[in-house]
Design a protein around this ligand. Structure first.
Ligand code: ATP
Length: 615
């Protein structure tokens, strides 16, 4: 039922192979346009405002015509005042409309940016784990922050530039043809000279802009990696500051070169266009001057014409520039759509099973799994864990213990065989429902840079204060929390680094207790905790495991001895299974590991736990 095609995570690995050239995507105009759809009312209003604005812009030159040709020659000062008042009024009104238009523009631009950013981030939240292990965090951050930000300029700037200039050109064209067709033909004939040279520039800019974005990804990744707590500790301990400085300088220089190239591309064409803005009216003066001498047109018409040409050539060169803007903006849209189109983890095979209560039975049937095509991590793994049982996974480093536990919440999909929870294949479950029954405490405890209270409530936002305290008490962390000056309101620092490793882990245990899952996955800390901390964590584990099925990656002898079953994993295979005593008597891998790791176990502990295993 679920077979056919590679598992989603393998698709991922292929997709994120940086060596593979990315397929060029066609421009998705419809999709870009759909981003504007929720804001069509505001957009329509902006267009109306632009239309009014460009019509108002015609009033001053037309008033000039009247002033020169009629009011002044006839010595009619009242008319002069009237035309001047019209010019002033039109300018003021156009300014006011411009302010409102600016407000609407930022409303739409920022709205679209918010929408894209939200859908991008929520899409990223639903991406499979493999995406995050294969992609640099800096690259993801760059797409979510600066790429999306740069869309704002495109959305607000480009749309307005296009509409404004198209209206301005149209209204001006009509006016100039009404005024004098000969001068109009000359003026219009000059426009293509300004637009055509800019077309190839756009393509070139697009290519460079794409490269600058990739460089920015690199810079962001470097910053992320070197300025994180772990990164900076590593730099300091290896005294690699000069090396990191050089590395940053090199990438920075690459970006600098690209930016300079970008600034310079098409400069010659732009120079030509700028020159045409001045040369155009000069040509009109030539023809207009001759026509005026022949008395074929009035001086007012020639002056008005040259004034109106600013409303023709300015917008025409702006429109030519817009093409460059649009083309380079497409590079940004492409990058954003590339992320949005990546398949979500549940998109392929997620089922519909949604159970509120589960017993907590876990079963693996002939499971085979590989992270990448040629690297099998698990091979033919089969076992059953009954509800409420505590199972310890032991084995050498890299054997596949963590991988086994990650298949239960379906962080990855099996290649062959199946993983069942309460008798149902995990692929039949709704992902959310399945994961709501599973709690995970890993060695690398992650806490948000927030208060202890908020970190605990992450498990259940509606937990009462009493429940919070109860969970913290059960995890042996309450006394520590209340001893802090700000108690539960204490900020834990970046990734919880203001707390000790043991304290972080006990907080994580309290968090899982609040979630109250039926199945528990526990990756015990291997780091040498001091004996007090170790005892506290041990104490915290007891209530955590009560009434739950626990899969523990065991590093502590006490856990191994207390386990109902021990599974020994070696090179991706389940090589032994049974109780501590069974496995010792087998004298195989487990017995060897046991002797290596716990050479001098406390005989009293061993005695009491071993005896409890047999009863
Ligand atoms: P340890 O006790 O050291 O944590 P483990 O038994 O939990 O080891 P796993 O983490 O399950 O081992 O790893 C099993 C194998 O899979 C290892 O060879 C490891 O290199 C590989 N591996 C783990 N995670 C990934 C990943 N995201 N991508 C590719 N290979 C991976």
């Amino acid at each position: 039922m679920f077979s056919g095609g590679p598992p989603v995570h393998l698709m991922w690995s292929n997709m994120f192979n940086p060596e593979k050239p990315r397929v060029k995507r066609p421009v998705e105009w419809k999709r870009i346009a759909s981003l504007f759809r929720p804001y069509w009312k505001q957009e329509a209003l902006v267009i109306v405002l632009i239309l009014f604005g460009s019509l108002l812009g015609l009033i001053p030159p037309l008033c000039t015509l009247r002033l020169i040709d009629t009011a002044i020659p006839h010595g009619n000062f009242t008319s002069v005042c009237l035309y001047v008042a019209c010019m002033m009024g039109a300018a003021l009104l156009a300014g006011l409309l411009g302010v409102y238009q600016g407000y609407l523009n930022s409303l739409v631009g920022e709205g679209i940016v918010r929408d894209i950013r939200c859908s991008l981030v929520s899409h990223l939240h639903r991406m499979p784990l493999d995406f995050f292990t294969s992609t640099k965090t800096g690259e993801i951050m760059n797409r979510v922050s600066s790429d999306v930000d740069s869309i704002d300029n495109v959305v607000t700037g480009t749309m307005v530039t296009v509409v404004t200039n198209v209206f301005t050109i149209t209204s001006t064209l009509i006016t100039v043809f009404v005024l004098d067709w000969r001068l109009a033909c000359l003026s219009v004939g000059i426009i293509p000279l300004m637009i055509i040279p800019i077309w190839p520039v756009g393509r070139k800019m697009y290519e460079i802009r794409k490269k600058t974005r990739q460089k920015r990804d690199e810079i962001e990744s470097l910053t992320q990696e070197t300025l994180s707590i772990s990164g900076i500790t590593l730099i300091k301990s290896f005294v690699r500051e000069p090396y990191e400085k050089q590395r940053f300088y090199n990438v920075g220089s690459d970006l600098m070169d690209l930016e300079v190239k970008l600034a310079m591309v098409g400069r010659w064409f732009l120079m030509l266009i700028t020159a045409m803005v001045t040369i155009g009216p000069a040509a009109v003066w030539l023809l207009g001057g001759w026509l005026a001498i022949q008395k074929a047109v009035t001086i007012g018409v020639v002056v008005t014409f040259t004034t109106l040409l600013n409303r023709l050539y300015g917008p025409a060169s702006a429109l030519a520039g817009v093409q460059v803007q649009i083309v380079s903006a497409l590079a940004v849209f492409e990058r954003i759509f590339e992320y949005l189109d990546m398949p979500e983890e549940s998109s392929k095979t997620s089922g519909s099973l949604d159970l509120e209560q589960v017993m907590g039975k876990v079963e693996f049937r002939h499971v085979r799994f590989a992270y990448s095509e040629n690297r099998t991590a698990l091979n033919d793994i089969s076992f059953k864990i009954e509800p409420g049982e505590m199972v310890a996974f032991v084995g050498p480093s890299g054997a596949g213990k963590t991988t086994i536990t990650q298949l239960v919440p379906r962080f990855y999909d099996t290649e062959e065989g199946s993983v069942l929870v309460d008798g149902h294949d995990v692929k039949e479950w709704q992902l959310q429902s399945l994961r709501s029954h599973i709690g995970i405490v890993t060695q690398e405890t992650y806490l948000f840079h927030d208060t202890i209270e908020s970190n605990l409530r992450y498990a259940r936002a509606d937990a009462t204060d009493e429940e919070l305290v109860k969970a913290a008490q059960a995890a042996s962390i309450h006394d520590f929390i209340v001893s802090l000056p700000e108690g539960y309101k204490t900020i834990v620092g970046e990734r919880g680094h203001k707390l000790s490793g043991g304290e972080r882990q006990r907080l994580a245990i309290a968090r899982v207790l609040l979630k109250n899952p039926k199945i528990l996955i526990l990756d015990e800390a291997t780091s040498s905790l001091d004996s007090v901390n170790e005892a506290l964590i041990q104490q915290a584990f007891i209530p955590l495991m009560q009434g739950r099925t626990s899969l523990v990656i065991a590093h502590r002898l006490s856990t191994i001895l207390a386990a109902d079953k021990i599974f020994v994993i070696d090179k991706g295979k389940l090589v032994e299974g049974g109780t501590h005593a069974d496995l010792l008597s087998l004298n195989g891998v487990y017995a060897r590991l046991y002797r290596q790791q716990f050479r001098d176990p406390d005989p009293a502990l061993l005695e009491s736990n071993s005896s409890s295993l047999y009863t």
